[in-house]
Design a protein around this ligand. Structure first.
Ligand SMILES: *Cc1c(COP(=O)(O)O)cnc(C)c1O
Ligand code: SF4
Length: 378
């Protein structure tokens, strides 16, 4: 058995462990475990510094998960975009491929709580169906292995899947969405990297949310992937009490760059049943973006996105940099709130000067789809 597999076996992995290790009430911990499986591997557990700290909040269940709310179990309507059990096909040219229900740590804020940890919903028996689906859809040029965490599979199984995809000439790139470099960096082994590098172009997106997760072990794991020629990106989730301040976010982004990880997305927390205590007002995310752009390397700046409820996909949000328009002059502000005027180029095909307004009025004809919680659930 490899080290990471031995470590997994030593995880806090049940309601009972929670009672013994953290003095939880027995009945409460059973209810929490039933709602969403508890698992914290010993590496991630060792990052906790005190109860309620940003690491604790991400992995130790909270009574608030049991609060009744009207929010959907499937906020992104993934199930209705799922032509076969292992595939979510929402965008024209790329798919999510759900390969395993397992994770080495179950994040209490997981947006896919309804499936993750439940092997009746995500299972290896559906993998061939996924490969067949992609084979039959030549428009799919980008496949994102997800789950659960695809690095919970053995190297052998993972290679079978990746090799199966590489046999399809229309699959241009393969991405691995894995939290392992952050939560169980021991999973990134020389053997794994040697296997992966045979299947370029391959990308990894990992998931760090707090600077305390940027340990020497995590750094080593990310560097090994980078040394194998794999560009590593990061998808963070903005969460109350975890990383909802500009100082914490700035430190996280800078640390990621020193680990050769490029910030990719910063997600507004989804409206998932049992995870609403993590949500922040959208203004908090915008304020953080405002405090990043211009103040530090452009490389350190992720795109702030809301994954639209009901399955609209990721929508980027930016602080307001365009203050207005005066004829052909666009009024802008920079990161220090200094005001500038940019003389736009006359658009000769349209008059009088459409410019900025044109962008915003293009699709007016279509009525906007409004999110209705009771209509989203399937
Ligand atoms: C996020 C996501 C993708 C990938 O989106 P990119 O913006 O290309 O990174 C693809 N499919 C689904 C269903 C997603 O949620
Ligand atoms: S690693 Fe990803 S899939 Fe697994 S629990 Fe965390 S957020 Fe969910």
């Amino acid at each position: 058995m490899e080290l990471w597999q031995t470590m997994l076996r030593q995880s806090v992995d049940s309601g009972k462990d929670l009672v013994e290790r953290f003095g939880f009430d027995k009945e409460l911990s059973e209810r929490l475990n039933k709602l969403f499986h508890i698992r914290i591997n010993p590496y991630y557990l060792s990052l906790i510094r005190f109860p309620g700290d940003p690491i604790w909040l991400q992995c130790i269940p909270d009574e608030k998960e049991l609060e009744e709310d009207d929010f959907p179990e499937d906020p992104l309507a993934e199930d209705s975009h799922s032509p076969v059990p292992s595939i979510v096909h929402r965008y024209p040219d790329r798919v999510l491929f759900l390969t395993t229900s397992q994770c080495s740590m179950y994040c209490r804020f997981c947006t896919r709580k309804r499936k993750v940890g439940d092997s009746s919903k995500i299972n290896m028996k559906y993998i061939q169906g996924g490969i067949d689906y992609i084979a039959a859809h030549p428009e799919v040029r980008d496949v994102i292995l997800s789950g659960g965490d695809p690095l919970m599979l053995t190297d052998f199984m993972l290679e079978r899947i990746i090799a199966g995809l590489r046999d399809l000439p229309h699959v241009e790139i393969i991405r691995l969405g894995t939290k392992m470099p952050c939560v169980l960096p021991q999973r990134i082994t020389p053997k794994l990297c040697k296997m992966l590098r045979k299947y370029h172009p391959l990308y990894v997106n990992t998931h760090f949310n707090h600077p305390w997760e940027c340990t020497p072990e995590a750094k080593r794991a990310c560097e090994m992937l980078a040394d194998a020629g794999i560009p590593v990106g990061n998808q963070a989730v903005l969460m109350k009490g975890v990383n909802d301040s500009a100082e914490v976010m700035l430190e996280l982004m800078r640390k990621l760059l020193t680990m050769r990880v490029r910030p990719y997305y910063l997600y507004q927390a989804d409206i998932t049943k049992g995870a609403n205590h993590f949500r922040t007002p959208v203004s908090v995310g915008l304020e953080i973006m405002d405090r990043l752009r211009g103040h530090t390397s452009g490389l350190a700046i992720p795109a702030f996105v809301i994954d639209a409820p009901g399955g609209g996909g990721k929508i980027p949000l930016l602080p307001q940099y365009v203050l207005g328009r005066n004829g052909n002059q666009i009024i802008l502000r920079n990161y220090k709130y200094d005001i500038f005027t940019y003389p736009d180029v006359e658009d000769e095909t349209k008059s009088p000067s459409p410019g900025v307004e044109k962008q915003f009025s293009r699709k007016k004809a279509r009525a906007p789809k409004v999110y209705q919680p009771d209509k989203v659930q399937v």
